[in-house]
Design a protein around this ligand. Structure first.
Ligand SMILES: *[C@@H]1O[C@H](CO)[C@@H](O)[C@H](O)[C@H]1NC(C)=O
Ligand SMILES: *[C@@H]1O[C@H](CO)[C@@H](O)[C@H](O)[C@H]1NC(C)=O
Ligand SMILES: *[C@@H]1O[C@H](CO)[C@@H](O)[C@H](O)[C@H]1NC(C)=O
Ligand SMILES: *[C@@H]1O[C@H](CO)[C@@H](O)[C@H](O)[C@H]1NC(C)=O
Ligand SMILES: *[C@@H]1O[C@H](CO)[C@@H](O)[C@H](O)[C@H]1NC(C)=O
Length: 364
């Protein structure tokens, strides 16, 4: 048919095939959307919209972010959620509440959205302590988003979109921290093993709800060694880690791995990648040179012993070089540490990334 076309028609044909290629590429993008659930390790600003005491939208947070802006991220620059989106070639995900609170509701969730909230946990006790958006409430929000996608695309196209999407989950640390605080509403005689049992009894129902709302690819980032955060180290005279808390952080991770494996054996259309943040962070402390770190104990920003006694506040001291510190504040890694963590979430091999990494998960 080509020989019937004059040059104008050929040109139009070229433009149209170009457009079809572009649209096709978009539609076939390996991972069309990313949905993030979790706590302050991945909150990109949801807590700016709620009445929580746990906020990060003030200096020195964000000191290395675009325009040195404090956005609600609990770190000096980008956090894990930003790097995960970058790795997937997706635009940075907006915080869910920034969209629903916007005056114009022309919101699209086609590329995903971030539900994470600083202080969030698995347990209701944690919610009562930190007044954050609990994992249960985040899933409620996701359920609303799911409904909007079905309205917009229809049920089949929504399922197709969601089954290729990544569902990132980072949760559990605040349940542990809540337990450590004496103000928790947990019964006073609760032991750490009972706490872990409780968390592991609630989490499967939460993951199942996400699965029932279309999720098929889960990327779970496990708990770090909570006993080695500057906050916990600052309680020890010689700045050592709290080994008991570390033991139970590690145990939580092992139980989550088993839980995901069990979930996959019951639902063979689901796949997952679990990242062992525990081992990764311990490796930072044990081999700092290998990662370019020179300070693994002290927080960059904060006050008191190891700058681990307060959050990063406008009146806090802060370090001049954020790239050589593992910790930004008393609990949270620096951008430099998040970057390495997410590199290994995507490219790492066992035992860090189990049974596959997120790059492999995305390609399924
Ligand atoms: C809605 O808000 C977004 C972001 O604030 C803006 O970019 C967009 O132009 C607005 N749309 C309408 C229809 O006003
Ligand atoms: C904690 O103590 C209460 C009574 O004060 C008791 O009823 C409960 O069984 C105890 N819980 C555990 C886990 O031991
Ligand atoms: C400090 O930590 C070390 C290692 O975990 C532990 O053996 C020691 O008892 C701790 N000291 C104090 C005062 O907590
Ligand atoms: C997950 O892996 C299984 C094989 O174990 C495969 O049959 C299934 O299609 C995969 N699911 C997705 C969403 O890729
Ligand atoms: C900051 O730390 C990084 C990583 O250790 C190092 O490469 C860099 O040279 C340091 N910058 C300054 C100004 O000291």
């Amino acid at each position: 048919m080509g020989h019937h076309c004059n040059s104008v028609v050929s040109f139009c044909f070229f433009i149209i095939s170009f457009l079809i290629t572009v649209i096709h590429t978009e539609a076939d993008k390996t991972v069309p959307a990313l949905f993030i659930f979790g706590d302050s390790l991945v909150d990109v600003g949801n807590n700016n919209y709620i009445l929580s005491v746990l906020k990060a939208n003030f200096p020195h947070n964000g000191i290395d972010f675009t325009d040195h802006k404090a956005t609600g991220r609990y770190t000096n620059g980008k956090n894990a959620a930003d790097f995960i989106a970058e790795k997937l070639d997706l635009l940075t995900l907006p915080p869910y509440l920034s969209l629903v609170k916007a005056s114009n509701k022309s919101t699209s969730f086609l590329g995903g959205v971030n539900f994470a909230s600083g202080g969030a946990g698995i347990l209701d006790h944690t919610k009562q302590l930190f007044a954050s958006i609990s994992l249960d409430e985040q899933i409620d929000y996701y359920s609303t988003v799911y409904g909007e996608l079905v309205n917009q695309l229809g049920a089949d196209a929504t399922q197709k979109l969601l089954s290729k999407s990544i569902f990132g989950i980072v949760i559990g640390s605040n349940d542990m921290l809540g337990y450590i605080r004496s103000s928790s509403t947990l019964p006073r005689n609760t032991t750490l093993p009972q706490l872990i049992d409780l968390m592991i009894s609630i989490l499967p129902g939460q993951l199942k709800r996400i699965y029932n709302l279309g999720a098929r690819k889960f990327a779970f980032i496990g708990m770090g060694p909570i006993g080695c955060t500057p906050s916990q180290r600052s309680l020890n005279k010689t700045g050592e880690c709290n080994e008991e808390i570390n033991y139970w952080s590690h145990t939580f991770n092992e139980r989550v791995k088993a839980l995901l494996e069990g979930m996959k054996s019951e639902n063979n259309d689901m796949n997952y990648s679990f990242f062992d943040a525990y081992s990764q962070l311990l490796d930072f402390s044990q081999n700092p040179d290998a990662y370019g770190f020179s300070e693994v104990k002290e927080a960059c920003c904060g006050l008191g012993n190891l700058r681990g006694k307060t959050p990063c506040l406008p009146i806090s001291l802060y370090c001049s070089n954020r790239s050589d510190h593992v910790f930004w504040d008393f609990y949270h890694p620096t951008e430099a540490a998040y970057r390495i963590i997410v590199d290994n979430v995507f490219e790492g091999s066992q035992p860090y990334a189990y049974p596959i990494n997120v790059k492999q998960l995305a390609a399924l």
